[in-house]
Design a protein around this ligand. Structure first.
Ligand code: C2E
Ligand code: MG
Ligand code: MG
Length: 759
C-alpha cells in the first residue's frame, strides 16, 4: 500500500488561496474602477469649470462690446440730436454708428428709430441691408427691452412734465442689452443701447429712444480673446448640430428666441484622463507585480501545503504500516478488523481473522543474520499479499507474525481454500544468497460472528487457534473452537508462567530410551523437557520451547535439563544421555564453560553425554560453531545432529562438522510407506551417515515394520513409541531394571513393556 498524497492538502490550499486570490483580484479591479471613476469625475468637473470659463469669456466680451457702445451713446449731445421732432440723422450716423464701427471693430451697425424701424444700417462688407426681417425678429426683444427701460426712467414731476431720472449708473448695463444672433447662418455678438443723456436728471419728453445696434462676428479675433480670457485650447465655432452624436466639450450659442445658432467648441484639458494616462502604466506594472507576487505566493503555498500534506500522509502511512514489509501494522490491522466488523454484510458467512506464524523463523534470524530474516519477511509479505490481494488484507503484526483479514468469507471451505493457497505460496524455497530456505507457517483462524463480534475477542481467539495449530505440529492451521480456550494460554501468559515454573523448579524431564537395532539393548536415553502445570494441561515443548527461545529463558531451561539429567542418569550406568540444545543456548559465549561446570558438579563423565543440535544451529558462523563443537569433542562429549531431513537438509554440514550421531527425523521414518522415492532418499541419507562414520538413529519408530525396515537399511539405533514412550525418571529406572532382568533371562532381550509412562 502506497501512502496517499493528501487530497485534503490540496483542498486546504484551495480553501486558503482561492479566496485570497479573489480578494486581490477584486481589490485591483476596485482600485482600477475607482481610478477610472475619479478620472471621469475630475474630467467632468474640469469640463464644467471650463464651460463656465468660456461662458464667462463670452459674457465678458458681450459686456465689453456694450460698454464700448456706452462710450458714445451716453452723451448729452447725441441725446439732443435725437430729442427734437426730427433726428439729426447724418450726425448720428457719422458720430455714433460709423464712429463705433471704425473704432471698436464692429462689422455692422444700425440705428433703430422711435418707431422701431431702422433709420440707418451699415455693414463693413457693404451689405447694408443686413437688418432683414429675420435679424429684426431676433433683435426685437432686446431693442424693446432697452426702449422700455428708457421710458421707465422718466419720472412725472409736480408740474406735469417728465424728468429723465434713470436709476442706472454709467457702468450699469441697464440701458443696453446683448445677445448672440444669427446672420446668414453665422453667429454674431449683438448689443443694443439707447441713446441717453449723460446728465443724470433732465427734464425731457417721455418718448422712446433711438437705439444704436452693433454687431460683431465671432471670428478668429474674438476666439483669440476667448482663449486669452479662459486659457482654453482650440476654441472654435461650429455650426449647430441638431443632435449631437459626440458628447465633446462645447457650449451652445442661442439666439434670444432660444434657437441654437452655433456652438463654441474647445479641447478640454481632461486632467483626470491625463492623470489616469500617467498613472495607468504604473498601476499596470504594480498590478502585474502584485498578481505575479500573489501567483508566486499561491504556488509556494500550494507546494508547501502539498509537501506538508504529503509528509503528513507519509507520517500517517509510516505510523500505520510496517516499514520492512510495507504492510499495515498491528494497530492498523485492529482498525481494519473493527471497520470490517462494522461494515460486515449480515448476509455473508462471516469475517475471518487469521494469525500466521512462520515456523523456525528465529533460527533463520539467528543463523543467517537479520538481513536474511528481513529478506524472508519481505518475500513472505509479497507472496501472501499476491495470493490474498482480491479476497482480503495482509498485515504484519510482529517479528514473524502476520495476520489476514478476510472481510467477506463465503464459508469455511472457502477460508480453507485461501489458507491452502497462502501455504502453497511458500512451497517454493526462498533463496537467500546460496541458501534455499523452506519456510513453513502455522495459522489460527477466528470467524465473526461465530467466534465473537468484537475486535479484541476475535483477535484473541485467532491467537489461541494459532497456538493450538503450533502445538499440534507446525505447518498446519486450526479454526478456533471454545474448548481451546480452556487450555491454551496466550504467549505472554505462557512466558510469565514458564519463568515462574522454572524458578519454582517445577519443570520435569521425560526420558525416551534408544535401543541398538541389532540386539535391542538400551544404549541411550533422550532427555525431553516437560511442563505440566499443577492442575493444568501439559504444555508441549513445541509451544513453550520457541517462547523460551524468544525470551532468552532457553539458556536456563537447557542447563536445568542438563543438570537434572546428569543427576538422574548417575543411576543408569553405561547409558548415554542425550540432551537437546537449542541454537540460542549453543551460541551462548559461555555455553561450553557452563556445560563443563555442570558435568563436574554432578561428577558426570562427558563420554556419557550426547548433545543434540538441529542443523539450523550451523547456518552461518561456521568458525565459531566449529570451535565450540571441537571443544566439546575434546572433552569427550558426543554430538548428534537432530531431526535431520526436516530443515535445510544441507549435506554439506554433515561433511564440515564432526558429528557422532545422525538422527533421522521422525517424518522420514513415517514416510517409508509413502513410496519408493521416500525410501530411496532415506537409504541414501543412511548410507551417507555410514560413509561419514556416524551412528545413525531413527526417530519416531512406531511399529515393528518400521524397525525392521530401517534396521535393514543400516540404522544403528532406534527411538520411538515402539521401543518406549518418554518416561519419567522413576518409570525409566523401573523400565531399565525390567530390561536387565529380561536380558539376564534371554540372550536377545525383547523390549519390556514400560510399567509407567510419562504424559
Ligand atoms: P526431538 O528432539 O526430535 O524429540 C523427539 C520428539 O519426538 C519428542 O517430542 C518425542 O516425544 C517425540 N517422539 C518420540 N517417539 C515418537 C514416536 O514414535 N511418534 C511420535 N509421534 N513422536 C515421537 P517432544 O517431547 O514433544 O519434544 C519435541 C521437541 O522439543 C524435541 O524434538 C526437541 O526439539 C524439543 N525439546 C524437548 N526437550 C527439550 C529440551 O530440553 N531442550 C531443548 N532445547 N529442546 C527440547
Ligand atoms: Mg532431540
Ligand atoms: Mg528429533
Amino acid at each position: 500500500m502506497k501512502p496517499q498524497t493528501g487530497r485534503s492538502g490540496g483542498q486546504i490550499a484551495n480553501a486558503i488561496i482561492l479566496p485570497m486570490f479573489a480578494v486581490i483580484i477584486i481589490s485591483l479591479l476596485s482600485v482600477f474602477g475607482l481610478m477610472i471613476w475619479s478620472s471621469n469625475v475630475t474630467d467632468n468637473s474640469a469640463e464644467q469649470s471650463e464651460r463656465q470659463l468660456l461662458s464667462g469669456a463670452l459674457e465678458l466680451k458681450l459686456e465689453q462690446m456694450a460698454k464700448q457702445q456706452i462710450g458714445t451713446v451716453v452723451w448729452d449731445k447725441a441725446f439732443y440730436k435725437t430729442a427734437g421732432p426730427f433726428l439729426d440723422q447724418a450726425w448720428l450716423e457719422q458720430n455714433l454708428a460709423i464712429w463705433q464701427l471704425q473704432n471698436h471693430g464692429f462689422t455692422k451697425t444700425a440705428l433703430i428709430g422711435r418707431d422701431m424701424e431702422p433709420t440707418f444700417s451699415y455693414s463693413s462688407d457693404n451689405h447694408h441691408d443686413w437688418l432683414n426681417d429675420d435679424v429684426k425678429d431676433q433683435t426685437r426683444s432686446a431693442v424693446a427691452k432697452v426702449r422700455a427701460r428708457f421710458i421707465n426712467s422718466f419720472v412725472r414731476t409736480g408740474s406735469g412734465l417728465y424728468r429723465f431720472s434713470p436709476n442706472y449708473r454709467i457702468n450699469d448695463r441697464s440701458i443696453f442689452e446683448t445677445s448672440i444672433i444669427s446672420i446668414a447662418g453665422r453667429p454674431y455678438m449683438f448689443s443694443a443701447s439707447a441713446i441717453v443723456p449723460e446728465t443724470q436728471i433732465i427734464t425731457a419728453n417721455r418718448r422712446p429712444p433711438v437705439v444704436l445696434v452693433n454687431v460683431r462676428p465671432i471670428n478668429k479675433l474674438v476666439l483669440d480673446v476667448f482663449t486669452k480670457i479662459s486659457g482654453l485650447r482650440d476654441i472654435s465655432v461650429e455650426p449647430a448640430h441638431e443632435e449631437h452624436e459626440h458628447t465633446g466639450s462645447f457650449i451652445a450659442l442661442r439666439a434670444p428666441n432660444g434657437k441654437t445658432i452655433g456652438e463654441l467648441h474647445w479641447t478640454p484639458t481632461e486632467p483626470g484622463s491625463e492623470m489616469l494616462n500617467r498613472i495607468l502604466p504604473i498601476f499596470a506594472i504594480l498590478a502585474i507585480s502584485i498578481l505575479g507576487l500573489t501567483l508566486g505566493v499561491v504556488d509556494f503555498t500550494r507546494q508547501a501545503t502539498r509537501r506538508l500534506s504529503k509528509s503528513e500522509s507519509n507520517a500517517r502511512h509510516a505510523a500505520s504500516h510496517d516499514a520492512l514489509s510495507g504492510l499495515p501494522n498491528r494497530e492498523n490491522f485492529r482498525t481494519l478488523v473493527s471497520t470490517a466488523l462494522v461494515d460486515r454484510s449480515p448476509a455473508s458467512y462471516g469475517t475471518a481473522v487469521v494469525y500466521i506464524d512462520l515456523d523456525r523463523f528465529k533460527d533463520i534470524n539467528d543463523t543467517l543474520g537479520h538481513a536474511a530474516g528481513d529478506e524472508v519477511i519481505r518475500t513472505v509479505a509479497k507472496r501472501v499479499s499476491d495470493v490474498i490481494s482480491s479476497s482480503g488484507t495482509v498485515s504484519r503484526i510482529s517479528g514473524d507474525e502476520f495476520a489476514l483479514l478476510l472481510p467477506e468469507a463465503h464459508d469455511r471451505e472457502w477460508i480453507e481454500h485461501i489458507l491452502k493457497q497462502v501455504q502453497d505460496s511458500l512451497a517454493k524455497p526462498i533463496k537467500i544468497g546460496t541458501n534455499a530456505l523452506h519456510v513453513g507457517m502455522s495459522m489460527g483462524v477466528a470467524v465473526a460472528p461465530h467466534d465473537g463480534t468484537q475486535t479484541g475477542e476475535l483477535l484473541r481467539k485467532a491467537d489461541i487457534a494459532l497456538y493450538e495449530a503450533k502445538s499440534e505440529g507446525r505447518g498446519r492451521w486450526s479454526f478456533f473452537n471454545p474448548s481451546m480456550e480452556d487450555h491454551v494460554r496466550t504467549r505472554d501468559q505462557l512466558s510469565r508462567d514458564l519463568r515462574k515454573t522454572l524458578e519454582n523448579d517445577e519443570l520435569q524431564i521425560a526420558y525416551q530410551p534408544q535401543c541398538e537395532a541389532v540386539n535391542r539393548r538400551i544404549v541411550a536415553i533422550e532427555a525431553l523437557v516437560r511442563w505440566i502445570p499443577i492442575n493444568g494441561t501439559p504444555v508441549p515443548p513445541s509451544v513453550f520451547i520457541p517462547i523460551a527461545e524468544e525470551t532468552g529463558l532457553i539458556n536456563e531451561i537447557g542447563f536445568w535439563v542438563l543438570n537434572r539429567a546428569c543427576k538422574d542418569a548417575i543411576n543408569w550406568s553405561d547409558v548415554v544421555v542425550s540432551v537437546n540444545v537449542s541454537p540460542n543456548q549453543f551460541k551462548h559465549p559461555r555455553f561450553v564453560e557452563r556445560l563443563i561446570d555442570t558435568l563436574q558438579k554432578n561428577d558426570f563423565p562427558p563420554s556419557r553425554l550426547e548433545i543434540e543440535v538441529t542443523e539450523s544451529v550451523f547456518l552461518g558462523r561456521d568458525k565459531v560453531n566449529l570451535d565450540t563443537l571441537t571443544r566439546l569433542k575434546e572433552l569427550g562429549v558426543k554430538i548428534a545432529l537432530d531431526d535431520f531431513g526436516s530443515g535445510y537438509s544441507s549435506l554439506s554440514y554433515l561433511r564440515r562438522f564432526p558429528f557422532d550421531t545422525l538422527k533421522i527425523d521422525r517424518d522420514f521414518t513415517g514416510s517409508i510407506h509413502d513410496g519408493r522415492e521416500a525410501r530411496d532418499i532415506l537409504s541414501i541419507m543412511i548410507q551417507l551417515g555410514h560413509v561419514l562414520g556416524m551412528t545413525i538413529v531413527a526417530e519416531g519408530i512406531e511399529n515393528e515394520e518400521q524397525f525392521t525396515f530401517l534396521r535393514g537399511l543400516g540404522c544403528h539405533r532406534m527411538q520411538g513409541y515402539h521401543i518406549a514412550r518418554p518416561l519419567d525418571a522413576k518409570a525409566l529406572t523401573n523400565y531399565l531394571e525390567d530390561y536387565e532382568l529380561q536380558a539376564a533371562m534371554d540372550d536377545t532381550p525383547s523390549l519390556p513393556a514400560p510399567k509407567r509412562q510419562s504424559a
